[in-house]
Each structure stands twice: as structure tokens, then as C-alpha cells.
Design a protein around this ligand. Structure first.
Ligand code: SAH
Length: 459
């Protein structure tokens, strides 16, 4: 077996639990490592550190797969690792049939991701070391998870860094169904693993979606609706919602929030909002296909009456709403002051609305380090306009999945937006990805998701 002998001058990253070994950290290679095969890793004195799979053609020449000696990654190796992965999900995920069951480095399986959609597994391989043993991976997955289908979605550009072409297709069992249904937090969602984004669904926000629950009720009082005792014809009384005119309100979601979800994809936050009692939700995405799926998901869960759908560019939509809102406010002010208001130009129809809760979960704006500045301008723009559309004392729910925009930078971007918007924000929650996306301390690359809930007040 070949040996990677590491330099004495390198940062002791491996010893700190980080599994990546770069070419420039290697002093010399003893023997001829087989591309994708296992090599021993030692420090410059020859002390054994780990076993790693190697790709001499990649800048990242090695990825640690064991801190003990390992001959090869075979079926038995994967069975053991997958069982451990499952154990974690069974402990921490409410329904482990629907979650990410393998999360690469953080599950000690660098380069391999597997999402479980009931009987369908979707896997993604991004390294040569894993690609080479795909047969063993599939057999072990069948052993541990007994799926009906294993489908590959390795259609990602990073494979090129490892000298690999993009690949998709069925690796085991039946062809995947055109759309399959998953369960999340008691909701049903349609997922398209073949044509959907990434592996078909973003499990990372599952616990964050549940976190919006407390925002969805408690708004009736604002519109003057309160619970009061009302008399029945037979002289008995019962408690019912009553409006400012003393009339009983029959709409069951009278206490619910009005919600705007932008970048909805297949409507996951919209569905949660409805389940938790929202009064009315505007569900917006730029993709017609995504909105069509969202519409079916809303219908499937029985929420159609409370949701309106918009196919639009969120940047434009938010800006347009703010412009109309500001114009309307200016007209009202001028009117109050007794000035003549030019109403010859009508306000754009449907524009200038506000919501109790605005949710923004955009795609990654920064795919590289160099793109951070531009990305932050994007985050600032949507958050600035988004928070202006939140009713006084309402909530902004905002996320970023750009790894390169670090959490502190994300928060300071929102802060800058608040300053410009004349708002004071109170941070209610700040979260990352769910427990099926474990995090190795010191391996920041896996810590990409930021999710925040802010209360929004005017200055
Ligand atoms: N919130 C979703 C994930 C969003 S993924 C969930 O929980 O599953 C990002 C979504 O943003 C995609 O569906 C994409 O179609 C949409 N999108 C990208 N650019 C957009 C834009 N400028 N305006 C509106 N939607 C956009």
C-alpha cells in the first residue's frame, strides 16, 4: 500500500479532525497509489495518522476515511458505516424514512451523499474514491435500507475536479416514480427525484420549517377580533371569535398570519405556514414548474383556499410592492396634511401589500469566494425590501445556503439592510441545517446553511 507522508510545516488539520489532504501538504508519496484506492497517511516522522482514499489527479489528493488501518472500502465497510448513519437518524429524526441518510464528510464518508425518500434512495458521488466503489455502495445500501429504487443524481460540476463526468440514472431496482410523496412534519409533499433540483428535495430546512410555527397564530387581535362569550338561542353561552362590530367570525383561521413566501420551490414553507394556522399565504417562485408542484402540494394537503400563487422574479416583486407601498403612504400623508394629491396615476393593482410574516429562502447567491460581495448585495436587496413589507411587529424569516457567505457576514448584511430600511430587528432564532446534516467541529465546509427569524419594528 502506498503512503502519503505529510510535511512537518503543514497546519495540523488532520489531527484536528478535518478529513481533507491537499497536494501541497504532502512531503512525498512512497509507492504508487492506485487512483481512488486507499493509502496510509503518516506525519513527516512516519507516525501513522489515518487511512485515506487518494486521487493523484486532484488538488485534494486525499480524503480520510478511517483513523485506523483500512485495506479497502468494500461492502462490509459501507454496511457498517450506513448502519451508523441510520442509527443517528433514528435517534434524532422524527421519521428517518424521509431524510438525508448520508452526509459526506460529516458521516465519515467523504464524497458521498444519500437522501432517502421512503423506498427510493437518491445518491450523489463527487469523488473518484467513492465512484470507484459504487458497486459496493449500492449493495450495502440495499442491505441496510432495503429500498425499491436507487437513483443517481451525480449531475454536479465539481466531479470535473476529480476527473469524473456527470452521471444520472437508476442504479438499482425499479425506475423511480415520476413523482413520489414524502412526509415532513406531518405534511405530504410531492418530490421529483429525476427532474427536481439537486436530489429532488431540500431536507436541510426540515426543522427550520417547523420553527415558524409560533409565528403563524396570534394575529386576530390586530384586526379587532377577540374571543368572547356569545349567547346561544337556548340561553347557554360559548366562547367564539367576535369582530369589532360584535359579529361572530366564522372563518376558522381568523387568528392566523398573512404570509409571503418568496423562493418557494415546491412550497415547503407555505405548507408549514398553512398547517400551523396561517390565514393567507402568497407563494412565489420564478419557476413555473416549481409553482405547479407547489400548487399540487397545497391541494394535496387541503390548503388551496388559503394560498395564492405567483410566478415572478422575487427581486422585482419585492421592489414593486415596496414602491407602491411607499407611494400609497406618501399619498395618505399628503392627504392628511390637506395637500392636493395627484391620483391621476393609479397605484399598480395588487401592489403595496404588507404581510405579518415574510419568508425568504433564496438559492445560493455565492457559489465561489469571489462572488461573496455580489451575493451580499443580493441578500441585502431582498431582505431590505422584504422587511419593509412586514407589518409592524411582524416577522422576517430569512435564510442563506451560500457557504461562502459566513454566518457573521450574513447577519451583518441583514443588519445593514435594517439600518437602511429604518427598522430595528430582534433575533428570535438563528439556526443551521437539521440533525440529519451533522457537523464536524472544525470542518466549516459542511456548515453552509443560515436560517434566522427576526421580529421587525420601525425605528
Ligand atoms: N424554500 C425552498 C427551497 C428554495 S430553492 C424549500 O424549502 O424547498 C430556491 C428557489 O428559488 C428555486 O425554486 C428557484 O426556482 C427559485 N428562484 C431562483 N431565483 C429566483 C428569483 N429571482 N425569484 C424568485 N424565485 C427564484
Amino acid at each position: 500500500m502506498a503512503t502519503l507522508v505529510l510535511k512537518s510545516s503543514r497546519k495540523k488539520r488532520l489531527e484536528a479532525g478535518h478529513p481533507w489532504i491537499y497536494k501541497n501538504e504532502v512531503e512525498r508519496i512512497d509507492g504508487e497509489p492506485e487512483p481512488g484506492g486507499i493509502a496510509e497517511v503518516t506525519d513527516h516522522r512516519g507516525k501513522f495518522l489515518a487511512s485515506a482514499y487518494v486521487n493523484p489527479a486532484s488538488q485534494m489528493i486525499g480524503r480520510v476515511v478511517s483513523y485506523g488501518k483500512l485495506e479497502r472500502m468494500d461492502k462490509a465497510f459501507f454496511v457498517e458505516r450506513f448502519r451508523a448513519c441510520l442509527g443517528v437518524r433514528e435517534r434524532f429524526v422524527e421519521d428517518p424514512r424521509y431524510c438525508r441518510i448520508v452526509y459526506g464528510e460529516a458521516d465519515f464518508l467523504p464524497g458521498l451523499t444519500v437522501d432517502r425518500f421512503g423506498d427510493t434512495l437518491v445518491l450523489q458521488i463527487v469523488t473518484l474514491g467513492m465512484d470507484r466503489v459504487r458497486g459496493d455502495i449500492v449493495e450495502a445500501l440495499v442491505d441496510v435500507f432495503a429500498p425499491k429504487t436507487i437513483y443517481e443524481r451525480s449531475d454536479v460540476g465539481v466531479r470535473a475536479l476529480e476527473g469524473l463526468e456527470e452521471r444520472t440514472g437508476t442504479l438499482y431496482g425499479e425506475e423511480p416514480p415520476e413523482s413520489l410523496v414524502i412526509r415532513e412534519n406531518g405534511l405530504e409533499l410531492e418530490v421529483d427525484v429525476v427532474r427536481g433540483q439537486k436530489t429532488g428535495y431540500f431536507y436541510d430546512q426540515r426543522e427550520n420549517r417547523a420553527a415558524i410555527r409560533p409565528l403563524m397564530t396570534g394575529w386576530g387581535r390586530r384586526s379587532g377580533i377577540e374571543l368572547r362569550e356569545v349567547a346561544e338561542p337556548d340561553g347557554t353561552t360559548r366562547v367564539a371569535p367576535v369582530n369589532a362590530n360584535g359579529k361572530e367570525v366564522t372563518f376558522p383561521y381568523w387568528d392566523g398570519a398573512t404570509v409571503l413566501e418568496c423562493f418557494s420551490h415546491t412550497g415547503s414553507f407555505t405548507l408549514h405556514a398553512c398547517k400551523y394556522g396561517a390565514k393567507k399565504v402568497t407563494c412565489l417562485d420564478i419557476s413555473e414548474h416549481a409553482i405547479e408542484t407547489a400548487r399540487r402540494n397545497v391541494e394535496r394537503n387541503g390548503f388551496s383556499e388559503r394560498v395564492e400563487f405567483v410566478v415572478a422574479n422575487a427581486f422585482d416583486y419585492l421592489r414593486e410592492q415596496v414602491r407602491a407601498l411607499e407611494e400609497r403612504t406618501a399619498r395618505a400623508k399628503a392627504g392628511e396634511a390637506g395637500a392636493k394629491v395627484d391620483t391621476s396615476k393609479p397605484l399598480p393593482a395588487g401592489a403595496g401589500r404588507t404581510w405579518d410574516v415574510v419568508i425568504l429562502d433564496p438559492p445560493a447567491f455565492a457559489k465561489t469566494k469571489g462572488a461573496v460581495e455580489g451575493a451580499c448585495r443580493g441578500y441585502k436587496d431582498i431582505n431590505l425590501h422584504g422587511m419593509k413589507l412586514v407589518n409592524e411587529g411582524g416577522y422576517l424569516v430569512t435564510a442563506s445556503c451560500s457557504y461562502h457567505v459566513r454566518p457573521d457576514v450574513f447577519l451583518s448584511t441583514i443588519h445593514a439592510a435594517a439600518a437602511d430600511a429604518g427598522k430595528v430587528l430582534r433575533l428570535v432564532e438563528f439556526r443551521g441545517a437539521g440533525k440529519d446534516h451533522p457537523q464536524l467541529l472544525g470542518v466549516d465546509e459542511g456548515n453552509y446553511l443560515k436560517f434566522a427569524i427576526f421580529e421587525v419594528r420601525s425605528r
